[in-house]
Ligand binder design. Structure first.
Ligand code: HEC
Length: 158
C-alpha cells in the first residue's frame, strides 16, 4: 500500500503535473515541426554548391541567379526567345507549365514539393538538358550555383 501512495499526486501538485504533461506535448509538437522543416530541406542543393565551389566558383549570388533565370536568349533555329521561366514560371511555390507539351510541372519550391532537389544526379541531368534548351549551351558551375541559391532564396515566396 505504501508504494501505491507514492504514485498518488497531491491535488496541490495538479498544476505542476499538467505543466509537465503540456511540456511533453509541446516537445512532441516541436519535434513534429522540426521534422516538417527537415522535410522542406533539399538534400542535393548544398552538396552541389560545395561541388561547384571546388570547381572554382566564387560565392553565389541571389541576384545573379535571378537575372539568369529571367534572361531571354534568342534560339536561332526557332527564332524565339527562351528562358527558364518559360516552363517553370517565376514563383516557385506555384506549378509551371511546359511551353511545348503544355504539361504541368510541379513547383520548384521544396516547401510545396518535398521531392524537389532530392538527388544531385537528377538536378545535374535537368541542368544539362534545360541549359542546352534555353541557352543553347551548358551552364557553368558558377551559373548553376547562382540559380540554386536564387531558388533557395525564393522557397517561401508566394
Ligand atoms: C522547355 C521547358 C523547360 C525549360 C525552359 C526549363 N525547364 Fe527545368 N525542367 C523541365 C522539366 C520537364 C523538368 C523535369 C520534370 C520535373 O522536375 O518536374 C525540369 C526540371 C528541372 C530541374 C530539376 C529539379 C529537381 O527537383 O531536381 C532543375 C534544377 C531545372 N529544371 C532547372 C532549369 C533551369 C535552370 C532552366 C533554365 C536554364 C530550366 N530548368 C528551363 C522543363 C523545363
Amino acid at each position: 500500500m505504501r508504494q501505491q501512495a507514492a504514485f498518488k499526486i497531491k491535488p496541490s501538485l495538479y498544476p505542476v503535473f499538467n505543466m509537465v504533461n503540456n511540456r511533453h506535448i509541446s516537445l512532441i509538437l516541436l519535434s513534429a515541426l522540426l521534422y516538417s522543416q527537415a522535410g522542406a530541406a533539399s538534400d542535393a542543393i548544398e552538396p552541389l554548391k560545395a561541388r561547384y565551389q571546388k570547381l572554382g566558383a566564387l560565392p553565389f549570388d541571389v541576384d545573379r541567379g535571378r537575372q539568369l533565370w529571367n534572361r531571354k536568349v534568342l534560339h536561332n533555329r526557332s527564332g524565339k526567345m527562351r528562358s527558364c521561366s518559360n516552363c517553370h514560371g517565376t514563383t516557385f511555390t506555384k506549378p509551371g507549365r511546359h511551353i511545348r507539351t503544355r504539361k504541368v510541372i510541379k513547383p520548384l519550391s521544396v516547401a510545396i514539393e518535398p521531392s524537389r532537389f532530392n538527388s544531385m544526379k537528377k538536378v545535374e541531368k535537368w541542368f544539362k538538358r534545360n541549359c542546352k534548351w534555353t541557352f543553347s549551351r551548358p551552364c557553368s558551375p558558377q551559373e548553376k550555383g547562382d540559380i540554386l541559391t536564387f531558388i533557395q532564396f525564393e522557397t517561401w515566396r508566394k
